[in-house]
Each structure stands twice: as structure tokens, then as C-alpha cells.
Write a protein that binds this ligand. Structure first.
Ligand code: SF4
Length: 445
């Protein structure tokens, strides 16, 4: 898809340029040294952009200090300020960074007032050469849009198009747009609708693609590859983030793999494929387990999502760290990967569906540890969607279609949600997983 180009510092984002892999800090922004150290590791790992949360006006001086220190070290990676709710914070930080990420619908409950605040931000961004990402997430669209279109991919597309129209009206084109969801079907559908709508409008902005709250480990990687590769293979996506509830530096190799694959630099390790009806059998000779997992997800994720295929079998081998060939069927990896891919494409659920945010500067507890604890105690609760979210401010709104939510409040306290409603508040974190499991089990009896 031919797009305009957004200029974000020294990085150009658009169809004329390579796909830019990016990530986001999970440090507290006020902890300047720690944030700089994490940015340094991200830079060394090859991140093309670095996003840092800017929760409020008080954080703007920290953003400036971080930005200036990185430049003084010779690290020129563009910095993106992540804003929720506060247009004043966006306006204050826009001169300090190369890009601001906002959901302008959250600026104000009154849509006209939100439009006025957004237009003020555009003026500042124009003046300072700052780009904007209009970043809308499934689950935080606001009642005005969901009353009209439901909580649907169409609603996500319509909301984004409203803000893009306002950019056009303000003659502002230094814009990237994203529509993320943790549900791969919703997310792919939303981006496809958006691409079509922009093409029909005749103004195609560059697109940031990601599966939000994808979780961690193999599941997070497979889910991200399914959603992102489906779109990149159609030419939708100019910058990407693989959101993992892990050290954010771990996101870069996966994102760079996707960027290289769809920029035509990398090839799949699949050596043969046999398709009968809607069943495929693929053979791999992969240089590593990781490459096999990523290739398999990209080779077949989209075809399962789009129901071109109903089943995929994998065989062949990968090489372990000693270069020894491991047979994927004999080792049990084949069955595991097939189950994971079916779950990521939402064709068959063999375990609970987990939604977990990657955490950011708003996270006030050990999210990664809590997520592992929740997973280890809830693996038997099939057909349940469980969210583990890093903050009480945005977490409940962003956990979309979760049945249950474990939301860290900070100070070793947790809120437990059933759907969008809190059912227990201020639970000590030492007891929270027990309470969550009890609630889910009693609701299933
Ligand atoms: S839900 Fe997670 S990623 Fe989103 S703002 Fe809160 S802590 Fe950050």
C-alpha cells in the first residue's frame, strides 16, 4: 500500500522506506538513569524508535533530560512520548521529542472539546516538526463511537478516520496511525478496513501495526507474528511493535525478523508444503527453534485466520544450540506449535486465552512475576479469557473482551475484575491469585 511519509527525527516511516521495528520502555520515567540505561540497550539491540510513557506534566522535564542525555551520548534514536488522556501533557512534551502517541478521543468526553484540544496539539507539532501517532485500541474507544458501531473493527476504523480527517483539515500530514487489539481477528480486520478507507479517501497515512497485550514467551511471539505478518504480507504496516510482557529489549529481534521478512531480506525455513483440501502439512529445516516458531506462525497464521486452511501439521527439524538436528514431531514440539497457532488464530482454544500488557512507566508492581503466577495457577481454566494489566488507570479500559482481569493497583494491592466490573478491590498481592482462581472456578460450577 503506497503511503505518505512521516518524518520522525531521522527515521522516515512509510511505504518508500524499510519497516521500522520499535519498542517501549517499561521503566518509571521519573527514574531518569534507569530509563536512559534501558534506552541504551534498546538502541544497541537495533530499535529504530523508542517510546517512553509521559503520564503527566511533571514528567515533561524528565523526558527532556532523557532525550538530551541520549543525544549527548550520540544515540539519535527518535523518542516517542506516550500520552494518555492529557492534551496539556501532549502539548508540553511535543517540543521535546520527535513524536507523540495519543488517543485524542480520550482528551475529553465532549467530542468537540477533544477536537479543539487535538487541533491545539497539531499547531505545536507543526511548529516543532514533531510527528503524531493516532493510536486507538480496541477496548478504549469511548461510548460515542461504540454506541454507533459497537465495540467492533468498524468502530475502530471510523474513530481513526475521524481524527485523520481532522489532520487533513489542519493540513497536517506528519502522522502515523494504529488500531491495536489483543484479538488477532479484530486487529487484522480493523487495519484492513482502515487501509481501504484511507485508499478510498485518497490520503493514505503510514501505519503502525501491533497486537497489543500479546502476553509473553512463545504465545506472545506467535500471536504477534500472526497478526502483524497477516497485514505486512498485504503491504499494510510501515512500523511495528511486538508487545511482550518481558524485558522490552526482547521485542526487537522478533520485530526485526518480521521487518526483514516483509522487506524481502529474510526467507522462511520451510522446505516443502503439501495441501489437501483445507489441511496443510509443512516441512521445515530451521536453523533454530525460534526461527521455526516465527516462520511457522508467519507461513500459516494468515491462512488460518482467513479460514483458507482449517488445520496445519508441522514436521522436519530445527537445530539446537549445539547444532544438533531435533525432530519436531519426536520432540513433541510439533503438537505444541500446532496448538499454539490454532489458539493465536482463534480457531481452537486448548488453554485459557491470556491478555497481558507489556507494562510501562505506569506499572507500579512486578507485572512479569504476577503474570507468571496467574498463568501457573489458571492453566486448567480453558475457555476463559484472563487479563493481567499493569495499571489501574488504563488497564481496565484496555483489557477489551477479557472475562476476568487481574489489575495491579500498586502498593502490593490488586483489583479483580469480572468483565469490566471490579468485583474485589485492594486485595493483597499475596492472596490475589487465590481469589482470582476461586472466583473463576465458582462461576463455572
Ligand atoms: S495497561 Fe499496561 S501498558 Fe497500558 S498504560 Fe497501564 S501499565 Fe502501561
Amino acid at each position: 500500500m503506497k503511503t505518505l511519509t512521516a518524518q520522525v527525527g531521522n527515521v522516515c516511516i512509510g511505504s518508500d522506506y524499510p519497516i521500522a521495528a520499535q519498542t517501549m520502555c517499561n521503566t518509571h520515567t521519573y527514574n531518569v538513569e534507569e530509563t536512559i540505561a534501558q534506552c541504551r540497550r534498546m538502541y544497541e539491540a537495533g530499535s529504530k524508535l523508542i517510546r517512553i510513557t509521559c503520564p503527566g506534566l511533571n514528567d515533561v522535564p524528565f523526558m527532556k533530560e532523557i532525550h538530551d542525555s541520549l543525544r549527548a551520548e550520540g544515540i539519535d534514536t527518535p523518542i516517542v512520548a506516550d500520552i494518555h488522556f492529557s492534551s496539556e501533557t501532549a502539548i508540553a512534551v511535543a517540543p521535546v521529542v520527535e513524536k507523540v502517541r495519543i488517543n485524542p478521543g480520550n482528551f475529553h468526553k465532549d467530542h468537540d472539546e477533544a477536537c479543539r484540544q487535538f487541533s491545539r496539539l497539531v499547531v505545536v507539532c507543526k511548529e516543532h516538526g514533531t510527528a503524531i501517532r493516532i493510536g486507538l485500541n480496541h477496548g478504549s474507544l469511548g461510548a460515542r463511537i461504540t454506541d454507533l458501531y459497537g465495540n467492533t473493527p468498524l468502530a475502530m476504523c471510523k474513530a481513526a478516520m475521524e481524527w485523520l480527517e481532522l489532520c487533513i483539515a489542519n493540513d497536517f500530514y506528519n502522522v502515523v496511525v494504529s488500531l491495536k487489539s489483543s484479538n488477532t481477528i479484530v486487529m487484522v480486520e480493523a487495519y484492513r478496513l482502515l487501509a481501504k478507507a484511507m485508499e478510498e479517501r485518497g490520503v493514505v497515512f503510514p501505519v503502525h501495526v501491533g497486537v497489543t497485550e500479546a502476553g509473553n514467551g512463545d504465545s506472545g511471539r506467535i500471536k504477534s507474528c500472526v497478526g502483524i505478518s497477516a497485514l505486512l504480507s498485504e503491504g499494510i504496516g510501515n512500523t511495528i511493535r511486538v508487545s511482550l510482557t518481558e524485558d522490552p529489549v526482547n521485542e526487537i529481534p522478533v520485530a526485526q525478523y518480521l521487518a526483514d521478512r516483509y522487506d524481502g531480506v529474510l526467507r522462511s525455513s520451510m522446505t516443502a508444503v503439501r495441501i489437501e483440501g483445507k489441511c496443510a502439512e509443512a516441512t521445515y529445516d530451521a536453523p533454530s527453534r525460534e526461527k521455526l516458531l516465527l516462520d511457522f506462525s508467519c507461513d500459516f497464521g494468515k491462512r488460518l485466520l482467513d479460514k483458507e486452511l482449517d488445520e496445519v501439521k508441522v514436521k522436519g527439524c530445527y537445530r539446537d544450540e549445539n547444532g544438533v538436528c531435533v525432530d519436531v514431531v519426536e520432540s513433541g514440539l510439533a503438537e505444541y506449535l500446532e496448538d499454539e497457532l490454532m489458539q493465536a488464530t482463534r480457531r481452537r482454544f486448548y488453554k485459557p486465552e491470556y491478555i497481558a500488557c507489556p507494562g510501562c512507566g505506569r506499572t507500579m508492581y512486578d507485572l512479569q512475576e504476577a503474570f507468571e503466577a496467574v498463568k501457573s495457577r489458571t492453566g486448567h481454566l480453558k475457555d476463559t479469557v484472563i487479563a493481567v494489566m499493569g495499571c489501574i488507570v488504563n488497564g481496565p479500559g484496555e483489557m477489551a473482551d477479557a472475562d476476568w482481569g487481574y489489575v495491579g493497583e500498586g502498593n502490593h494491592k490488586v483489583s479483580i475484575y469480572k468483565g469490566k466490573e471490579p468485583v474485589l478491590r485492594h486485595v493483597p498481592d499475596t492472596e490475589a491469585v487465590d481469589r482470582l482462581v476461586e472466583l473463576i472456578e465458582s462461576s463455572q460450577n
